[in-house]
Design a protein. Structure first.
Length: 187
């Protein structure tokens, strides 16, 4: 990839779902511009593992995919049973019924914060990422949600807001793995 940059065929190099060891190894070969990883109010493993610290140290940006935790934070999925029989989230540990119910309790507290700010939980979650200086890439099929997501760029969060959200979902809160098999993630 570094050769392609030298040849002018690429401008930047990014990595996806990697750990600190891989980031450092790659960064020695050629500067890494960004790392894409799942990151949300519900999924903070890259903080727990020190990956965000490594990125900050090396001046690498985070592109947060699934910033709404695969639709969970939007609040549109009310129970595990709301997922269609062929919905792949049914097999994800985070969406298994027992863990889903625990996560729903956390989401209900997040919703209270959003309601007090007169915004949606999705907007709060996106503002949380943006106010931390990261780039979220939420997915949607509807224009109304694109507009809602764009509006989150104007939401300012205070340190009190961050502290309150950290009390609701402290770092290390078990929310369920992202995948059935996590062995290939964050290496």
């Amino acid at each position: 990839m570094a050769e392609l940059v030298k040849e002018g065929k690429l401008r930047y190099i990014g990595l996806s779902e990697v750990g600190s060891k891989t980031i450092r190894k790659a960064h020695k070969v050629h500067p890494i511009t960004a790392v894409e990883s799942e990151y949300s109010l519900i999924e903070r493993q890259i903080e727990e593992l020190g990956i965000l610290d490594t990125m900050k140290e090396l001046g690498i940006s985070l592109v947060s995919y699934s910033p709404l935790s695969r639709g969970f934070i939007s609040g549109t999925i009310k129970s595990h049973n709301n997922l269609d029989a062929d919905d792949w989230r049914r097999w994800m540990p985070r969406f298994q019924e027992e863990q889903f119910n625990k996560n729903m309790e956390l989401l209900n507290e997040v919703k209270k914060v959003a309601e007090e700010k007169n915004i949606t939980p999705s907007q709060l979650a996106l503002a949380w990422i943006l106010n931390k200086g990261h780039v979220p890439i939420p997915g949607t099929k509807r224009v109304k949600y694109v507009e809602e997501n764009i509006a989150s760029t104007d939401i300012e969060l205070s340190q009190d807001d961050f502290d309150r959200l950290d009390r609701i979902i402290p770092l290390g809160t078990p929310t369920g793995d992202r995948y059935v098999n996590m062995s290939h993630v964050n290496l």
